[in-house]
Design a protein around this ligand. Structure first.
Ligand code: ZN
Length: 273
């Protein structure tokens, strides 16, 4: 599932080739995504030029000229990739955007858990999924002092709280496991047992980890690709995620996986307490 570094990488590749480009035509081949593609989706986009591509949490936000915004979420397995015009359609290519500069952008999603909506730009902040989003971890207002009150009053596990998009948006299972490995804390640690100092360290490491992962263009642990259909490079630098039974790079102890909720957590039993 694409997380913040992957979505940011997709946004950057889209920005390079989409900004200032007109969307000539939108073909909806399969509209049954997490939420069905609205009947007027194509009409809202067609003929409009993309002014800017930005990111909110794990959402891709393309501001269009004329007061409309196209918002996408890649769900579990979504990809937005550029193709030559009239390249043959692949299975799971659900939407095709014909671009004024000659090529096409395709929305491809085997599990169909993604999202494509058009919204009036002035209603963006009030759109329920955005109204509920917590702080972006790369926002300078995301600090130890922001996070600490949430930790202090919670009896949840650190893993669960950091996945809560209403507190901090953009983290998923990969980067939560990784950041906890970096600060030497187990994913099962109860939030209220985290000190103010550790909260500040956690925030610093979240930001450092995400920036590093963006530099490596994200992690391709399953089918993630950026807008140019290229894989990321950060999957080779993961310390614990999906490394059950492999030796810890610091101490050689074998990485452990335990079930927590409906997803596993990964940690070094020796380095993480
Ligand atoms: Zn270790």
């Amino acid at each position: 599932m694409p997380e913040l570094p992957e979505v940011e990488t997709v946004c950057r590749t889209l920005r390079e080739r989409l900004q200032g480009v007109k969307i000539l035509q939108v073909r909806v081949i399969e509209g049954r995504l997490r939420q069905p593609v609205a009947a007027d989706f194509a009409a809202r986009l067609e003929g409009r030029t993309v002014a800017a591509v930005t990111r909110r949490g794990k959402y891709i936000v393309a501001g269009l000229e004329g007061g409309w915004t196209w918002v996408s979420h890649l769900g579990m397995s979504g990809k937005l990739t550029f193709r030559e015009r009239d390249a043959s359609l692949e299975k799971h290519d659900h939407l095709v955007f014909t671009l004024g500069e000659g090529g096409e952008l395709r929305y491809h999603d085997p599990r169909r858990f993604g999202l494509c909506v058009a919204l009036p730009s002035r209603e963006l902040d009030a759109w329920p999924p955005f109204a509920r989003l917590g702080m972006d971890p790369l926002d300078r207002r995301f600090t130890g002092d922001y996070l600490y009150p949430f930790l202090h009053r919670s009896r949840r596990s650190l893993r669960d709280l950091l996945l809560d998009q209403q507190i901090v948006c953009g983290l998923g299972n990969i980067y939560v496991n990784e950041v906890l490995s970096r600060i030497g804390v187990r994913p099962t640690r109860r939030c209220h047992r985290v000190s103010r100092a550790l909260s500040a360290e956690l925030v610093r490491e979240i930001r450092a980890l995400l920036r590093e992962a963006i530099r490596w263009r994200g992690s391709s642990v399953s089918d993630y690709r950026d807008g140019n259909d290229d894989r990321g490079g950060f999957q080779w630098r993961l310390r614990v995620y999906d490394r059950k039974g492999a030796p810890c790079s610091d101490c050689g102890t074998l990485i452990k996986r335990i079930g927590l909720g409906n997803r596993g957590v990964f940690y070094c039993p020796r380095c993480q307490r």
